[in-house]
Write a protein that binds this ligand. Sequence first.
Ligand code: 2HG
Ligand code: ZN
Length: 449
Amino acid sequence: MGLDDFRGELSAAIGADRVFEGGDRYATDWTGRYSAGTCLVVRPSNTEQVAEVVRAAARHGVALVPQGGNTGLVGGGVPHRGEVVVSLESMRQVGPVDVVSRQLTAEAGATLQQVQEAAVAAELRYPVDFGARGSATIGGTVATNAGGINVLRYGMTRHQIVGIEAVLGSGEIISRLTGLVKDNTGYDFVSLLCGSEGTLGVVTKVRLRLVPVAPHRCTFLAGVPDLATAMACVTDLTRNLDTIDAVELMMANGLRLVSDCIGLPVPIADHSVYLLIEASSEADQTEAIGRILATRPGVEVVSAATAQQRRDLWRLRDEHTPSINMLGPPAKFDVTVPLRAIPRFVPEVHRLIEERHVGSTLVIFGHAADGNLHVNVIGVESDDLERLGDDVLGVVASFDGSVSAEHGIGVTKKRWLHLSRSEAEIASMKAVKNALDPMGIMNPNVLFD
Ligand code: 2HG
Ligand code: ZN
């Protein structure tokens, strides 16, 4: 690779301060499992500069890894074989909000929280949300088609995007930012780039739809005797109300771990399973939700009476990922199974881990209403990770689930892509990649080899 030539040429073109040697912040992934130690980083300040980076990389045979907040969980945003990191952190402009169309345009390096706050300032809401909102970037959420806690009501990131600007691996800029909701003029690049994990190009700007803010919000923690009852509660709620934003699932061991780590007590103790439920609506739903949950035996409910109590309930959920990391680098499986399979799937995974991965710790939590479970296993040696993945994802496949619900395939899940995608689909994905990234320089280690 002509890395020195690439570096010299780009320093002259976009400024020496925008081309530098980066440490852990750029070279180590969030879980700590992948680390290149140091890496060359380029930090363009606008779309034209991103295009210069991609064209120079193509000329010199240099591979690139686009990077946002580096909060990805499948090793897809860090270098593995000497790739250069393209950091979007200098491109963080958001807005203004177009209140007529209820849309805004944001640069890829803006954080999810920046976008949410800009929407709130215009009395609107950007409904994608998850714990890493303060550091995850909007470009990263698009590249991975991020899901999060409100998918039940609002859908994944793909459902929020009405436009995109990106530099393809070919060095071409495509820009579709007019915000037309209806636009049937051929292949849908917006949707194609969303979830492409940096393999087709670098997302530089996105146009997002915003939704109205409902005046009433209510938040509950429900302690439940078992998974079957928990899933029955999910059905009761979602069949009867169209105002439920989130129903999150936590298990007693995960909640205990979080509570100990952050020093925040669980307001209702001694249940096997917990649901964190949130609704937003025109009229207050506290009573309606309480009534629905009360019909199931053994369910104990507490509702947040103040904004602080609401924040505390959400901290018990949001802090699962950092608390698990305190136990050591986890093996993470981000899977979906059909809703009715959850009460059988979870015990099956427990049995497998106890029998075949003795001494490891299993923490399962996730998004109950869409069947997305985060299976975290701590204490498994690196050379045993493939066997662990074969075991866990084998069970997922046996329940007709998906090997990645929202985090993406990245580097970690490549081995198991075939469990969720047919040979024809994988061949078609490769054909698309070859067309848009003819030199194979865009994030070459992720998705497939
Ligand atoms: C969440 O739902 C994230 O909090 C992270 O998707 C999940 O840490 C995980 O496994
Ligand atoms: Zn999640």
